[in-house]
Design a protein around this ligand. Structure first.
Ligand SMILES: [Fe+2]
Length: 270
């Protein structure tokens, strides 16, 4: 089976976030993923690559990616700024309209990565996402071209609620348009999102999805506080997709506490 690695919500910046160093956390996760999955087809960086979207933060990210031989697929999140990103990563794949979107066939699956950063113009302090008409048309065409294969659709912003009032306020504002395109598609589509900083799976309007944690700070499991700035120090993670013709397995690896190569215990059975 083939593999694809995924990191979301890196929030790279030079200073700590709730006492955690996003650079060290990402370095640790990246090293762990490459030590155990160097046979992956590539690494998807699913948006919120940096915390403030500045050129210096993208340069810091670039230095962390130096020497990595796997293909890297970039995505935009609400904390990113496309123009600053493109200054530092001028070779990133774009969709023909200047958005950081891509599509590729690997191992019997069609992988589509979307750019859900709302703007420009970027709304002030507004962290919800939006796909403009150009991006929706591009997605519609990409799905049509993938008519013979199942699809994994990566998008930073969730397409529906996840139960946290603060985060549900800043999901993709026109998610219904995307869900309509997906539900019109003839083949299965699995959505992979970020933004929430917590491992979640479920369905939105009949569409199955997986959300990955951040390598850095996480969302607490509290359904009562309507605030999108809640963060706790729980173990960081990366995502691992394993797939072959018609089959898809999705894992989340908490790299900071992960243990491997332990002897079997006769008391443990399944
Ligand atoms: Fe985000």
């Amino acid at each position: 089976m083939k593999k694809l690695l995924a990191f979301t919500d890196l929030h790279i910046r030079a200073s700590n976030i709730i006492g955690l160093d996003p650079v060290e956390r990402f370095k640790e996760g990246l090293a762990h993923s490459l030590a155990h999955h160097s046979d992956a087809e590539g690494i998807v960086l699913m948006g919120d690559l940096t915390h403030s979207g500045t050129v210096s933060e993208y340069e810091l990210l670039k230095s962390l990616l130096m020497g990595i031989e796997l293909p890297i697929i970039f995505m935009m999140g609400n904390h990113d700024r496309r123009d600053a990103f493109m200054q530092v990563f001028p070779d990133a794949v774009l969709d023909g309209n200047g958005f950081v979107q891509s599509k590729r066939n690997i191992g019997g699956w069609h992988f589509i990565t979307l750019d859900s950063l709302d703007g420009p113009p970027y709304p002030d302090k507004q962290h919800s996402g939006r796909l403009c008409d150009d991006r929706l048309t591009w997605l519609s065409d990409a799905l049509r071209q993938a008519s013979d294969k199942p699809v994994v659709l990566f998008i930073h912003h969730p397409l529906g609620d996840v139960g946290f009032p603060g985060m549900d306020d800043i999901k993709l504002t026109n998610a219904d348009d995307v869900l309509a395109l997906i539900n019109h598609h003839q083949m299965p589509v699995h959505v992979v999102a970020g933004h929430v900083h917590r491992t979640i799976s479920g369905m939105w309007s009949g569409v199955p999805y997986t959300i990955f944690k951040s390598p850095c700070h996480q969302q607490p499991l509290d359904f009562t506080i309507a605030n999108s700035s809640l963060a706790v120090d729980e173990p960081g993670a990366y995502g691992l997709l394993i797939f072959d013709e018609g089959n898809l397995i999705i894992h989340s690896e908490d790299f900071g506490i992960a243990q491997r190569d332990i002897p079997p215990d006769p008391d443990v059975d399944g």
